[in-house]
Design a protein around this ligand. Sequence first.
Ligand code: C2E
Ligand code: CA
Ligand code: CA
Ligand code: CA
Length: 278
Amino acid sequence: AKLFSRGKVQYFKASLRQAAKDRIELLTGLREAFSSERLFLYYQPQIDLRTRRVIGAEALLRWRNQHGEFIPPDRFIPLAEQSGTIIPIGAWVLRTACAQLKQLIDLGYSDFRMAVNVSYAQFREPDFVDVLTKVINEACVPAQQLEIELTESIAIEDPISINQTLSAIRALGIKVAMDDFGTGYSSLSVLNKLRIDRLKIDRAFVADVSPVATDGNLARVIIHLAKDFQLSVIAEGIETESQLNELIKMGCDEGQGYFIAKPMDAKTFVDWLMADAK
Ligand code: C2E
Ligand code: CA
Ligand code: CA
Ligand code: CA
């Protein structure tokens, strides 16, 4: 029996062609947006869960097209990674986030921490550590106040070369967090293979945190793992007060999420911070 009738094969080819066309259009649009300054950063506060004091923020990339619509990062970042466009864009994200950090330090938030997402495609560039060094020097910010967030996908790569880069980054004083922890194939091996500072609990596990279901909770497991390996731990995607309280009970140090605040543009974020201080 034939798997496809000719008509279906034709249709399949046509839809592949359409998908390829869509990708090219999206990528062209992204490059245009980058050169015409239609990319910018949003900032989501990160707090100390117990005191609710703001300790920092995560910078999140935003693309707004000519019609004012937001194109979600999950749509364009994979494409930017595959095409290499993430490298100049990622460097711009680092520069912009550090300039914002400098502004916050000057406003009196002297120990503020800025977390920036870094793709593996960026991380593995031979000059990545040089880029980081240059960015912190030019922005005049202490390296200790910059954190990069890497995803676990990095752990499937050669741990020796990854650790060389991680050591160089940490020698500068920059912190490293493992994002989306627990969602990859290699979560556990990350712990004793890679030199990192912090685990970031993926929001899928935070969503499962509730006062009733106490058994077999992965957020709790990750918090315990972090303590065992002397890493600090931050939870993302906290959407309710009850999740926040349960995470505190589980021993989680820090968190972020819609319950605390959504990601905001730079001006709104600074206004939010200043209002919070009153
Ligand atoms: P991520 O690093 O895991 O970022 C967390 C995502 O969760 C963000 O989505 C954030 O807006 C969203 N979020 C925050 N709080 C909550 C909450 O309480 N509930 C829910 N449901 N969602 C929440 P966003 O901004 O759409 O970013 C998606 C992903 O795109 C990020 O996931 C990150 O992997 C990537 N990304 C964003 N900015 C950059 C960047 O500058 N560079 C790179 N390489 N990747 C980036
Ligand atoms: Ca992140
Ligand atoms: Ca995450
Ligand atoms: Ca994610």
